[in-house]
Write a protein that binds this ligand. Structure first.
Ligand SMILES: [Zn+2]
Length: 150
């Protein structure tokens, strides 16, 4: 609707929109449900035994037979990057730190957020999944890791 020129020569349209979607996670639902419960789930190929976190529904060997299992929620950082992306929706006002994490027992790397810390993360830093922090926009935002103590 036009404001009829109340602000001088301004001519603008004020709109308010809201959309609701029911987004299915399909066969990956156990992974996302697990994150909301503070559990880190992975898949294991029933043919060759390779394990993946993030989960894969199709193995590198070509097999699509897999089983879910719960990891220990821990792993080692392989690479770290710091960015100033818009993260207000995550409640983060400072730069966000992300890393590729080799979850124990899995053969791929999980890209996840790393909690703020005084000690910088480096390749090899051991990290652990943190407990869920409450409802967020998307369950993947619960994939927040922190350096293991001691
Ligand atoms: Zn396989």
């Amino acid at each position: 609707m036009s404001d009829g020129g109340k602000d001088g020569d301004a001519f603008r349209l004020l709109l308010a929109t809201e959309f609701s979607y029911a987004h299915s996670f399909g066969e990956l639902a156990p992974f996302f449900r697990g994150l909301e419960e503070g559990r880190l789930l992975a898949t294991r190929c029933r043919v060759c035994g390779k394990a993946f976190c993030p989960p894969r529904l199709l193995c590198l060997c070509g097999a699509s037979a897999y089983e879910w299992f719960e990891t220990n929620g821990a792993g080692a950082v392989r690479q770290v990057t710091t960015t100033a992306v818009g993260t207000r929706s995550l409640g983060v006002d400072q730069d966000a730190v992300f890393g590729f994490i080799a979850i124990d027992g899995c053969s791929n790397l999980l890209f996840a957020r790393l909690a703020a810390t005084d000690e910088p993360y480096r390749a090899g830093t051991r990290v652990q999944l943190l407990a869920p922090s409450g409802p967020l926009t998307h369950p993947i935002q619960q994939a927040l890791f922190q350096a293991e103590l001691g």
